[in-house]
Design a protein around this ligand. Structure first.
Ligand SMILES: COc1cccc(CC(=N)NC(=O)c2cccnc2OC2CCNCC2)c1
Length: 386
């Protein structure tokens, strides 16, 4: 029976979509939260992963590299680096017991994570402290042990115990009940490599050299004053970002500390470029994160270098021009492809900059929250998960 687990969860099911009132579906009662971890099958043990510890970080890296998300044709698998995982999972205010592992004889076989976020939902008044769940992974060799539902219940318990009752997450699969179904798009930067790894294919009339010409980019960005973000930009970037995000129905509010963490450039993790017009005034910024994929079987290439659009705020520079510069910068940083979802204002540049639709969708989920409107359009989503 499909969804036997999800039917037990506070997610609106198809026939409640019109009866539930907006807001929390279940009131959280702290006293009722189970104090001890969920039971695991024998030999399986819970552990908190300290990603600052090289050995433990390496174990997480290897588990994900070999067992995490693959594309629909099982040709590519995400290959998150240790530096990336430290960026993604050690933000300000993180909780050590929200980086959850399951071990069998010291070997890491299961993983799930949460980070604290403050989410604004649908209108200004409601802002909800909650968790952003990510990196749910069970080793390929021990699937169908029903470990995934236990990992979800355990991290839910660890969130409830901190008196938080909502969560936000994304998934390529559809389980009850997405709040938005977004599509992803790819812009070729290295046409030859994309064809060699099988990411792109040539139709009868296309040739590699024709593709290379089609996707060719200028050597240098066009926008005057475009430069790498520095510490001194944090205050202005924070104001620009928080102001910009208010137009969406779902968005995070960022402190300057969080902007420092999420946007200051980290080599091979996050790239952020600001547009500094006359003396010191920052008017726009663009950012993209580095998520390579392992090419599962290919004689010539082991990895696909992919840049993923993060947050882009265009107030003076036209968004199409800003994103064209993002493509040029990503190409110059060595990326093969630039990926983006059709969320926020991205529809405004996807076609014009020759992005092609991917073969899947990314669904957004809100745990224990009924929206006023059952579904949000992708352009109403103002949050990017890594
Ligand atoms: C090209 O290598 C891949 C390796 C694994 C999966 C996919 C397809 C896929 N599922 N892509 C996305 O989910 C995706 C496509 C564009 C932008 N962000 C995305 O996902 C992000 C956000 C959610 N967590 C994973 C990274 C592609």
């Amino acid at each position: 029976k499909p969804h036997q687990f999800w039917e037990t969860q506070p997610m609106p099911n198809i026939n409640e979509l019109d009866s539930l009132k907006p807001g929390p579906i279940q009131e959280g009662i702290l006293e009722e939260v189970r104090k001890d971890p969920y039971n695991l099958i024998s030999k399986f043990e819970w552990c908190n992963i300290d990603l600052r510890n090289d050995e433990q970080a390496q174990q997480v890296y290897t588990l994900l590299k070999e067992n995490y998300v693959e594309d629909d044709d099982n040709m590519f698998r995400f290959d998150y680096s240790i530096d990336f995982l430290r960026w993604a999972l050690l933000p300000p205010g993180q909780h050590p017991d929200w980086i959850v592992g399951v071990r069998v004889n010291q070997k890491l076989v299961g993983f799930i994570t949460g980070i604290p976020v403050t989410l604004h939902i649908e209108n200004q008044q409601t802002k909800v402290k909650m968790t952003e769940i990510n990196f749910l992974c069970v080793h390929k060799k021990i699937r169908a042990n029903r470990l995934a539902p236990v990992l979800i219940k355990e991290i839910t318990r660890r969130v409830h115990i901190k008196n938080m009752w909502q969560a936000v997450y994304t998934a390529g699969i559809v389980v009850p009940t997405p709040i938005s179904q977004t599509r992803y798009y790819h812009r070729s930067l290295n046409a030859k490599k994309l064809i060699e790894v099988g990411f792109s294919s040539l139709s009868a009339r296309q040739t590699i050299s024709r593709q290379q010409k089609l996707y060719k980019l200028p050597e240098e960005p066009k926008t005057q004053g475009l430069r790498s973000m520095k510490k001194k930009d944090v205050a202005q970037v924070t104001k620009l970002l928080n102001e910009y995000l208010k137009q969406f129905k779902l968005y995070f509010k960022y402190t300057e500390d969080e902007v420092k963490h999420w946007f200051l450039p980290r080599k091979d993790v996050i790239s952020t470029y600001v547009v500094e017009k006359e003396q010191g005034v920052v008017t726009d910024f663009l950012s993209f994160y580095n998520l390579p994929s392992q090419v599962i079987k290919n004689p010539k290439h082991t990895h696909l270098r992919a840049a993923y659009s993060y947050y882009n705020v265009a107030t003076q520079t036209p968004i199409v021009q800003l994103m064209y510069d993002a493509l040029i910068l990503a190409k110059n940083e060595g990326y093969d492809v630039f990926n983006a979802l059709d969320i926020m204002e991205n529809e405004k540049f996807l076609k014009e900059l020759m992005f092609c639709p991917g073969d899947g969708q990314l669904n957004y989920y809100l745990y224990n929250w009924k929206l006023e409107s059952n579904m949000l359009k992708p352009e109403e989503i103002g949050i990017v998960l890594v």
